[in-house]
Design a protein around this ligand. Structure first.
Ligand code: HEC
Length: 268
């Protein structure tokens, strides 16, 4: 529209090329004012663009071929490249998966960081019941005596939930060692209300859950470290409340054998 207003005589679009070269008092402004546009300009431009496209296509195709033909392994395919015949390589020894650097030894093993050995903490051996072995903290010199995390109400609540799920089947809801599995004939689980276990350091409980203890299997695969500490906190709460009821009623602890089968009682 604006063009038409400026050049009232250039209405015939078909003759546009002609108007460019026709002498006129005020020639219409071409796209490049210095070089007059020749009639070959457009075809040349098209050919140039086409050539450029073909060049780019050739370039891309040749790149693709290189990438496609690169030597690579398919997962779980055998190969003759490695001596063991496997294309999947095992991780380098000592590889730590992201987020699994367990640098906090106390938190993840329940052992004191000063407890010298560089080897990973292994399972303890059960002390003979009623034997001459030292009791309480002295019996487990390497085990942590204090929780490596702040114990809040929420932690204890979580511990109760996890304890009821994972431990109560054997140790009973109150920790007497008379869980349903024990009543059905499994070896009697430890009561947490004996003097030796009341005095045992928290690290000992953590270790028992982590590595198992005698007939009790390890629960490391099912219970993450944080939850193990929560369970230990709840066991401490059970012990305190048990002691409290005992001192209030003035009654002695009920004999542990009242629910278990006599043959399976005790640590034998
Ligand atoms: C399948 C039954 C079973 C389950 C489940 C179980 N325990 Fe045990 N636990 C036992 C038995 C049996 C013993 C005694 C092992 C022995 O003396 O040989 C024991 C021993 C222990 C001891 C060691 C006591 C000592 O003498 O020092 C602790 C601590 C303990 N259990 C904590 C737990 C906690 C915490 C859980 C839950 C995460 C749990 N157990 C789950 C069966 C079980």
């Amino acid at each position: 529209m604006a063009d038409q207003k400026d050049k009232p005589r250039s209405g015939e679009r078909d003759n546009r090329d002609d108007t460019d070269i026709s002498p006129s008092p005020r020639p219409p402004v071409s796209q490049s004012p210095r070089l007059p546009v020749s009639r070959w300009a457009l075809p040349c431009r098209i050919v140039f663009v086409l050539l450029l496209t073909v060049h780019c296509l050739l370039f891309t195709v040749s790149c693709r071929q290189d990438m496609q033909d690169q030597p690579r392994m398919k997962p779980f395919r055998s190969t003759t490249f490695f001596r063991d015949g496997m294309s999947s390589r095992p991780p380098v020894t000592g590889t730590v998966p992201r987020g699994h650097l367990r640098a906090d030894r106390e938190f993840f093993t329940g052992k004191k960081s000063t407890a010298g050995t560089s080897a990973p903490a292994g399972p303890q051996t059960a002390t003979p019941p009623g034997g001459s072995a030292a009791q309480g903290i002295a019996a487990y010199p390497d085990d942590l005596e204090e929780f490596p995390l702040p114990i809040t109400h929420d932690v204890v609540k979580r511990g109760k939930e996890r304890y009821d799920i994972f431990c109560s089947a054997c140790h009973g809801m109150t920790g007497n060692g008379d869980g349903m599995i024990v009543r059905r004939g499994f070896r009697r689980a430890a009561s947490f209300h004996t003097d030796s276990l009341r005095q045992a350091p928290v690290g000992h409980y953590f270790d028992a859950i982590t590595n198992g203890w005698g007939a009790m299997p390890s629960y490391a695969a099912q219970i993450p470290a944080r939850d193990r500490w929560a369970i230990v906190a709840y066991i401490r709460a059970l012990q305190l409340s048990h002691q409290n009821t005992q001192s209030q009623t003035g009654q002695p602890q009920p004999p542990a054998s009242h629910t278990a089968t006599p043959s399976s009682g005790g640590h034998n």
